[in-house]
Design a protein around this ligand. Structure first.
Ligand code: DGL
Length: 263
């Protein structure tokens, strides 16, 4: 690719910004379009057939409008369901975000890992297959969080979120008591959760390793785009909300876009 590639990053809301910031750092030469399907947020509360029926045609419209070279589905709740449908329907490359169970289980010393995701992600067949194939003998606890994605959205929007609200969602990840056998690794299986990582680290009953797949996704995107010729795309970046709301979050969003002005 000799021109500045366009990368479309898609999520149900603002969580995909945690993936975007890693991709932008890896590929500053690209033009970015971030799409938050906030009109349908949260995906974790929708049935599987509703998400497929929503995302597949919407992606067709977005591809028609923005003509991206590559799409990142920066949402576990969607990726674990729609990636195969998108790849069958459209010919450009799609990079998904799925629970990082393999690296987490490879790293755990106590052999006890928790996967913190939306209620949708933890009940997916895709997630269960990852555990069957890659748990490597670890005991994996699936924790479906009903509200953490919404809490992360609210905090990013400048609202106060209480410790007790966060802890209520987080506590089931911490299993066991004996330091040699209790949970030592938590997979952040929703792109919203790294937005609350500093708070989760403070609230955790004991220290664990938190696994965020965003750096690995950025490497995959960069490999697919081919060699980075240098330079920074001058074309700014676009932020689209499917609700058509005016975001008014520019100062908050700019760091996720590597300092670019966000239209
Ligand atoms: N950011 C999405 C994910 O990675 C989920 C949030 C939602 O429920 O819409 O799973």
């Amino acid at each position: 690719m000799t021109h500045s590639p366009t990368i479309l990053v898609f999520d149900s809301g603002l969580g995909g910004l945690t993936v975007l910031r890693e991709v932008v750092a890896a590929r500053p030469d690209a033009h970015y379009v971030y799409v938050a399907d906030d009109a349908f947020f949260p995906y974790g509360h929708h049935a599987e057939d509703e998400i497929i029926a929503r995302v597949v045609p919407l992606m067709g419209e977005l591809i028609g409008t923005h003509d991206p070279d590559l799409v990142v589905i920066a949402c576990n709740t969607a990726s674990t369901l729609v990636l195969s449908h998108l790849r069958a329907a459209y010919s450009l490359p799609f990079v998904g975000t799925v629970p990082a169970i393999k690296p987490a289980c490879a790293r755990s010393k106590t052999r006890r890992v928790s996967v913190l995701g939306t209620k949708g992600t933890v009940k997916r067949e895709y997630t269960k297959a990852l555990i069957r194939d890659f748990a490597q003998g670890c005991e994996v606890t699936l924790v479906g969080s009903p509200e953490l994605a919404s809490l992360a959205e609210r905090e990013l929007g400048g609202h106060q979120i209480s410790d007790s609200d966060i802890l209520a969602e987080l506590a089931p990840c911490f299993v066991g008591e004996d330091p040699a056998a209790r949970t030592d690794t938590v997979v952040l299986a929703c792109t919203h959760y790294p937005l609350l990582l500093d708070r989760m680290k403070k609230l955790a009953p004991w220290p664990v390793e938190w696994i965020d797949p965003a750096p690995a996704i950025a490497r995959r995107v960069s490999d697919l785009l081919g060699p980075f010729a240098g330079g920074i795309a001058q074309s700014g970046a676009e932020m689209i909300f499917t609700s058509n709301r005016v975001h008014g979050l520019s100062a908050t969003l700019t760091p996720f876009f590597g300092g670019r002005a966000v239209a």
